[in-house]
Design a protein around this ligand. Structure first.
Ligand code: SF4
Ligand code: SF4
Ligand code: FES
Length: 234
């Protein structure tokens, strides 16, 4: 049975099993997100969708926090703006995001959020670990330098394509994506070359060969469309 929660002082209806992000999206309340995408399990990886909830001093991610009766939620405050800006800056400083020479320039979710947040400089030192590029696949390229470890590719390949090619290895700044048993992508025996991981990637980390800077366009809604069709199957 549906119940009521309060978002930014406005009472709205929520359903059992909905997350706070589900409710915000339905009510057209903007929250920055990078790892959450319709049709895939939520993992709370990017921490951009943090919210304030009355009664707790912790900031909680909207994508993995269930809506509960009588919750009072704030989606914007000075504190939330400070954290969101810091998280975005850390993404940019960890690897190499030189937008002007990236295939995803002007079509990148990270870049779009940075512009929306008004980021014009970074306060943190660039780390840029040597993570490499895998261009072995016949159709696609993985440039780990643009990867933000959101795991959308891991989840879509596992949950929708059911191939489970990708995983994350390592810790901290050395974390990186790998295919099968840490083989070049072309040697994966499970990859069907469906391209779903490329469509879901929010940055220029996964792209189709032949794309030039600024040309790449992706469609992350493919996961939601396929998941909905699967649910309707008799
Ligand atoms: S192309 Fe398809 S099967 Fe291959 S890694 Fe990407 S999502 Fe998985
Ligand atoms: S390659 Fe793209 S989709 Fe995969 S973890 Fe990195 S940024 Fe996310
Ligand atoms: S969208 Fe919620 S943690 Fe990434």
């Amino acid at each position: 049975m549906s119940f009521t929660i309060t978002i930014d002082g406005r009472e709205v209806s929520a359903e059992p099993k909905e997350t706070l992000l589900d409710v915000c999206r339905r009510e057209k309340v903007f929250l920055p997100t990078l790892c959450a995408v319709d049709g895939l399990t939520e993992v709370g990886a990017c921490r951009l969708c943090l919210l304030e909830i009355e009664g707790t001093t912790k900031l909680l991610p909207a994508c993995t926090t269930p809506a509960m009766p009588y919750q009072k939620v704030r989606t914007s405050s000075d504190q939330l703006s400070t954290y969101r800006r810091m998280i975005l800056e850390l993404f940019f400083s960890e690897r190499n995001h030189m937008c002007g020479v990236c295939v995803a320039n002007n079509h990148c979710e990270l870049q779009t959020l940075a512009v929306k947040t008004g980021i014009d400089h970074f306060r943190y030192p660039f780390l840029q670990p040597a993570v490499g590029v895998d261009a072995s696949h016949k159709d696609f390229i993985l440039d780990q330098n643009r990867c933000i470890l959101c795991t959308r590719c891991v989840r879509v390949c596992d949950e929708i394509e059911t191939a489970h090619v990708w995983d994350i290895m390592g810790r901290g700044v050395q974390s990186r994506l790998f295919a099968d048993f840490n083989r070049p992508w072309a040697e994966s025996t499970d990859c069907t070359s469906c391209g779903k991981c490329v469509q879901l990637c929010p940055t220029g980390a996964l792209w189709k060969k032949g794309a030039v800077p600024g040309e790449l366009k992706k469609d992350p809604s493919v996961a939601g469309t396929l998941a909905a069709r699967r649910e309707k199957r008799p």
